[in-house]
Design a protein around this ligand. Structure first.
Ligand SMILES: Cc1ncc(COP(=O)(O)O)c(C=O)c1O
Length: 360
């Protein structure tokens, strides 16, 4: 099935032809040597892309990756500082509260970044067990490029650092494991894979602790990264039945990126985003250039985003609307995946035409 629509949504994204072909195959047993080799290669490429650490492969979306990271690395009663820039920052705080952590949130005005000094000042008060942050806040198109510096301050204060990089990993230089403790991501965004897989890439030391000491009490089995770490390390398998055919597709997507060049792949996102920010006849939601994401660009719309989105869909292009209170005032355009360059190049002109048509 092919809808013929160009997807410029921040996930799922368009797949490379090789990935589409790789998905169409009979599943192998997840207890076979063939599967073990696929898992090894998938994990190896994720670790190469992360710049180190150990990759844990989960069947489920980005939410599962973030929840597994939160439940496995934070215990009930832990004090956690959440740096939030929007919807996904709030979800991260909510997940940690459900886990039983005592959560303090620092947040900013919509579209602006929390000053690093505010975070450092909060950490200096002491008593934090962990800091959690979304690297690219998908609701705003905001990348928190202070994350590495934040991590340095957090480590100095004895706090673990958890990063939701679901819409950043692969498309932006996310700080590597070692600098941070864990990075959660998913298949269907800047890794240009099929939706349905989640990944948590953890620091080597964290991996060893998860494997040997397990996770805090009360962690549901499916969120238990200690089990995943043990199965990966001891059997080169997953604890439960994985989405084998999605792993075929994901592995092919990673091979394609590896051949393209990991640095070149990130640069492709930066270049595509830069073109959008300069050419779109709309005001970017994020005012400071240093915080504008590479994997998606968000713009304020003078007409309701519903109208703009529907009219773009009628021209064969699907974009996303805003989230939460910004739903009808913002559109979000993804640079991720294998969407044709031509569609991105034509978008500013199409938007201009639609605005003229609506405002006439
Ligand atoms: C930053 C961020 N975190 C978490 C998620 C949740 O991922 P999923 O929809 O794959 O569960 C998303 C999805 O857009 C996201 O952008």
């Amino acid at each position: 099935m092919d809808s013929g629509e160009v997807l410029l949504t921040p996930g799922p994204v368009m797949l490379h032809e090789r990935v589409v072909r790789a998905l169409a195959a009979q599943p192998v047993s997840h207890r076979s040597e063939t599967f073990r080799r696929l898992l090894d290669e998938t994990r190896g490429l994720l670790e190469k892309m992360a710049g180190g650490g150990r990759a844990l492969v989960l069947t489920g979306s980005g939410t599962l990756a973030v929840e597994s990271m939160a439940w496995s690395l934070v215990g009930p009663g832990d004090n956690v500082l959440v740096v939030s820039h929007g919807e996904f920052g709030e979800r991260l705080a909510d997940t940690l509260r459900r886990r039983g952590a005592v959560v303090n949130v620092v947040e900013s005005e919509p579209g602006s970044a929390v000053p690093l000094d505010t975070v450092i000042g909060e950490l200096e008060k002491g008593g934090y067990d962990a800091v959690a942050v979304v690297y690219t806040e998908t609701s705003m198109g905001l990348s928190y490029r202070e994350t590495a510096k934040l991590a340095e301050a957090a480590k100095a204060a004895g706090a673990r650092v958890l990063v939701d990089a679901v819409s950043a990993f692969g498309g932006e230089p996310v700080p590597p494991p070692g600098v941070v403790d864990a990075v959660a991501t998913a298949s269907q965004k800047a890794l240009a894979g099929p939706p349905g897989l989640g990944f948590v890439i953890v620091d080597e030391e964290v991996f060893e602790k998860l494997r040997s000491r397990g996770v805090p009490p009360g962690t549901p089995n499916y969120l238990d990264l200690g089990k995943v770490a043990r199965f990966h390390a001891e059997r080169r398998e997953t604890p439960y039945t994985p989405a084998v055919t999605l792993i075929y597709g994901m592995l092919e997507a990673l091979r394609v990126i590896d051949e393209y060049g990991i640095g070149a792949w990130r640069e492709r996102h930066r270049r595509r985003a830069e073109a959008l920010y300069t050419q779109m006849p709309l005001e970017p939601l994020v005012m400071s250039c240093e915080h504008r994401a590479w994997t998606l660009a968000a713009f304020r719309t003078p007409v309701p985003s519903s109208i703009l989105a529907v009219k773009l869909a009628a021209r064969g292009i699907r974009v996303a609307r805003g989230m939460g209170s910004l739903k009808d005032r913002v559109i979000r355009v993804s640079t991720m995946g294998w969407s044709p360059e031509e569609a991105l190049n034509n978008l500013p002109r199409l938007v201009r035409e639609i605005l003229e048509e609506v405002e006439r």
